[in-house]
Write a new protein. Structure first.
Lengths: 240, 240
DNA sequence: CATGTATGAATGAATG
DNA sequence: CATTCATTCATACATG
């Protein structure tokens, strides 16, 4: 069963504007901050580091944990990008290069990179097979910026929705999805995107724990993540 | 002919996350600024702030909280039983079977089952070794448990999807706002908003703490908007 | 309404 | 690669 969200143009427009405000705010904030730090230089605080967490309480023991490597936002971004480029074979050499590059954005080892790719691929695959059946016109799946979305897959709907669609008048009965639903051809005509930018930030998980600078100021391009969501065009034909 | 935009759950989720990043960035910037300024005109004034909390506006929509799967009593019971049977290896195939069975007692997916066993085993083991080996010198290890750091993290939106338990029969659940798409089932309107409008998304964060950015954030044109876009729920019944 | 706990999920690393 | 383990995160839920 296909299951989607629908927006009117008006809603889309609103969303677009609202998000634009966010982008603006972020840019401004960053700009302001830069000026500020430029003035007094220091600002040593910056690399606040994540896991320090002085609030750890319990007195006595310090934060000794943290053995597991955790990619910083930038690193993750880069990794994802590389991953998307399809070069599914991170050769030994490649690994070294990547590691080298990523090390500029934080602690990292070749093993980390290796494992990352290993896991990324495996999970990406498993996720795919799990949501395969539902993919009617899978190609329509615009890349929504994402490589392979997270684990979230359209919950298995208990199969039994086999009964003939009865509420035809109110429903979208679609004997053949393609006949009732006309998606914009993803290839020929570009679909609409909220923002035309390339955007490729995958906020995989809370960023709160990572050094903010890793994600912003350390980033060469020093920019706020761009948003790029594409939508399908759904044309509703007068029901039968 | 009606004409609307369509989003899949994946896309919606991506959008949600991406926007969350903006919120996080704003929050972090504010936090950083706080640290910076704290160096120069430390302490003092800043506390004068009042918690204007202008963003807490909270339109108060009861965001449909459907994220984490929660096993029903029956399901749990079954799971436990299977677990006790010792078959520590819920093979792929077995998972399917179990899932299939449990689905008769409520929404559930293979992933859920998989995770459940994974966690069950792990925790079962940890508990065991946590109480048994006490005889040994536990020495310094006063707090074996999880550090449970209290780092103040920005809200993160998890939401996976899955959604209404029973949407198969109706097709278009439409929120009130648009009369555009009015041809469907007005009775069961289940509107969804991208974000809870309770302000948790805003860079606001704690109470009065931003002094420098107050102006910015308060600027009418810059004010972070309430991100609340409603979507229609469009369910496409499988053609026969 | 704040704080603590149980637990579903995400993910780095290890093993075959 | 395919699976599995271990650790950590974040939220649901119970408590005072």
């Amino acid at each position: 069963m296909l299951y989607v969200k629908v927006m009117t143009d008006e809603q889309l427009e609103t969303l677009r504007k609202q998000i634009a405000v966010y982008a603006t705010i972020c840019e401004q904030l960053v700009e302001m901050h830069k000026n500020l730090t430029a003035q007094q230089d220091l600002a040593g605080v910056r690399l606040g580091n994540i896991y320090c967490d002085p609030l750890m309480t319990s007195a006595g023991h310090k934060i000794t944990s943290r053995q597991r490597w955790t990619p910083t936002p930038v690193q993750l971004q880069i990794l994802e990008r590389i991953f998307d480029q399809g070069t599914g074979t991170p050769s030994k050499q490649k690994i070294k290069e990547i590691t080298s590059e990523l090390s500029q954005h934080g602690q990292i080892s070749e093993t980390n990179v290796y494992n990352w790719f290993q896991n990324r691929r495996a999970r990406s695959k498993r996720k795919q097979q799990n949501s395969a059946p539902n993919a009617a016109e899978s190609e329509v799946e615009t890349e929504v910026d994402s490589p392979k979305d997270k684990k979230t897959k359209p919950e298995e709907f208990h199969s039994q929705q086999n009964s003939d669609p009865r509420a035809e008048d109110l429903c979208f009965q679609n004997p053949e999805i393609s006949s009732d639903l006309h998606f914009l051809d993803p290839q020929s005509s570009k679909e609409e995107t909220i923002f035309p930018t390339d955007g490729s930030l995958k906020p995989t998980r809370g960023l709160g724990q990572m050094s903010f600078y890793d994600g912003l100021l350390s980033n060469p391009s020093m920019n706020v993540p761009e948003l790029s969501i594409s939508f399908y065009h759904l044309t509703i034909l007068p029901g039968s």
